[in-house]
Design a binder for this molecule. Structure first.
Ligand code: TXA
Ligand code: MG
Length: 323
């Protein structure tokens, strides 16, 4: 992979300025980006994703200084979180200012703001001089893309450009913290957990109370591959793989030692040993199992602490009943 040159970055900026929608890398997942100040451009994002209208999208900003511009009230706890974690995989939900178009917030009085850490994304925003509204660049309800090739496979026919910034370093969508209530609340777990927010910013973030708006990332079945996904206890992983293999194509997301007497036809996707590697490789592995024709994917939930909570959250949603 070669990083885009200056001419390609200029092309991206020109397309966005003309109201087009393009694929851009962030450190979490690839985004489907549009000028966040243009109603029409953001509406195109919904059409391209097949996302029902009325769902809010994250507004990405090029610096922490823009916070006051798009949020009406910035509590001290928000300042501390921004200071500790921006640019980075943390999204803050705040009261919106009048400068945020309705289509971005899905009609809510709140707005989700984030300054991403990817140099290409930041460079495009700076040259454009506008914030970028960007949901993950997948079709609605499917697994988020962590490479430019994933974006092209999902949406390549519908958008004029995907800037290739390499595979995403984090691999899971940003942590979302809601600061519009009496106390900060987690709305979506991500690589930055409550523990870290306490340690590095002195902000206590409460567990999700399920009272946030019923937004896409919070639907029970989301981030789903085509195959059925099932979370099993570690001790049942290989026995289940063996018995299922007699009836259908089984994929296994695995770490550690793999038994050498598995039936032929069990599709293995090895993930790294650390939680970071697991998070980084998870979505690509789910996509590969879809391509390899898995009917069922078996996975073991990682230990609950830190990033493990975010990985488990995504696996649960992938396992959520569909239809
Ligand atoms: O890492 C990420 O956050 C990626 C990259 C591209 O930045 N973006 C992403 O966007 O995951 P999306 O649209 O796939 O998920 C955004 C989440 C959704 O669950 C959405 O409902 C929630 O943010 N959200 C956006 N605005 C909100 C608001 N005002 N209040 C509550 N939730 C909001
Ligand atoms: Mg998404």
């Amino acid at each position: 992979m070669s990083l885009p040159d200056d001419a390609e970055v200029e092309r991206a900026v020109g397309l966005l300025a003309a109201g087009e929608v393009i694929g851009l890398p962030t450190e979490t997942v690839y985004g489907l980006a549009a000028d966040g100040t243009s109603e029409g451009s953001v509406r195109r994002v919904f059409e391209i994703k097949g996302r029902p209208p009325g769902h809010p999208v994250i507004l990405h900003v090029p610096s922490a200084a823009e916070l006051d511009h798009y949020a009406r009230l910035v509590p001290e706890q928000a300042q501390r979180l921004v200071h500790a974690f921006w640019p980075g995989p943390l999204t803050l939900v705040l009261w919106r200012s009048g400068r945020v178009p309705d289509v971005v917030t899905g009609g809510l009085e709140t707005v989700a703001l984030r300054m991403p850490a990817h140099p290409l994304f930041l460079e495009v925003m700076r040259r454009l001089g506008r914030p970028l509204a960007a949901p993950s660049a997948n079709r609605f309800g499917r697994v988020s893309p962590t490479t430019a090739a994933h974006v092209r496979a999902d949406l390549g026919d519908l958008i004029p450009l995907v800037l290739d910034g390499g595979p995403c370093a984090v691999g899971l969508e940003s942590t979302i913290v809601d600061l519009t209530g009496p106390r900060p609340r987690l709305r979506r777990p991500g690589s930055i957990g409550p523990r870290e927010m306490w340690d590095r910013a002195g902000v206590e973030v409460e567990a999700d109370d399920g009272r946030g708006p019923a937004v896409p990332g919070s639907l029970a079945s989301h981030y789903a591959p085509r195959a059925e996904v099932e979370l099993v206890p570690a001790s049942e992983l290989w026995p289940r793989a063996r018995s299922e293999a007699a009836q259908r194509r089984v994929g296994v997301l695995c770490q550690g030692v793999v038994p050498d007497d598995l039936p032929r036809g069990v599709l293995l996707e090895r993930l790294g040993e650390t939680d970071e590697e697991l998070a980084r490789g998870l979505y690509a592995a789910l996509r590969r199992l879809d391509e390899r024709g898995a009917d069922l994917v078996l996975a073991v939930a990682p230990a609950a602490g830190g990033l493990g909570a975010a990985v488990t959250d995504r696996l649960r949603r992938a396992a959520g009943r569909r239809n």
